[in-house]
Design a binder for this molecule. Structure first.
Ligand code: SME
Length: 151
């Protein structure tokens, strides 16, 4: 399924006020993992109040031990500090990387901004080497902008 087809589906999920915010976030994870072949783990991390750490939110894929990630640690923790997209074509080439599963080859993390503040991120792991393009970044920026409206 193309990103252009997925975008209105994401908007529909976000605007469904009959579901809780976490239910809506989980459904977004589910449709992304289902419809993009190389998205194999899809989840959200959010800043824990004023603490310099991220907490795992809704996700789809293999369970992870990394439910709390300090700012600066791993790809996710670096995005919490840099406020920038982080595309990792080859996770084995990163020294500041937290491995969740040996099958993961690549990762993309896009921050979520509310009133210009980085409140969290969407994190996607792929079992395919180097699968992400600018189209993924633009699509996931759309997703994070939509998610931001929930906060
Ligand atoms: N690989 C991430 C940790 C989170 S897992 O991918 C679910 C990182 O280096 O921050």
């Amino acid at each position: 399924m193309t990103f252009e087809t997925l975008k209105p589906q994401v908007s529909t999920i976000v605007s469904n006020t009959e579901k809780t915010v976490n239910e809506r976030l989980l459904i977004i994870c589910e449709i992304l993992e289902k419809h993009v072949a190389y998205y194999n783990w899809v989840g959200f991390y959010f800043r824990n109040g004023d603490k310099e750490e991220l907490l795992l939110g809704p996700y789809v894929g293999a369970p992870t031990d990394h439910t709390v990630i300090p700012f600066g640690k791993g790809i996710c923790g670096q995005v919490a500090v840099s406020n920038k997209n982080f595309v990792v074509p080859d996770v084995a080439a990163q020294d500041n990387y937290i491995a969740c599963s040996i099958s993961v080859k690549s990762e993309i993390v896009i921050p979520i901004f509310v009133n210009e503040k980085n409140i969290g991120q969407i994190d996607i792991d792929s079992n395919t080497p180097d699968p992400f393009t600018e189209a993924d970044e633009r699509f996931l920026e759309f997703v994070t902008a939509q998610v931001a409206t929930l906060f």
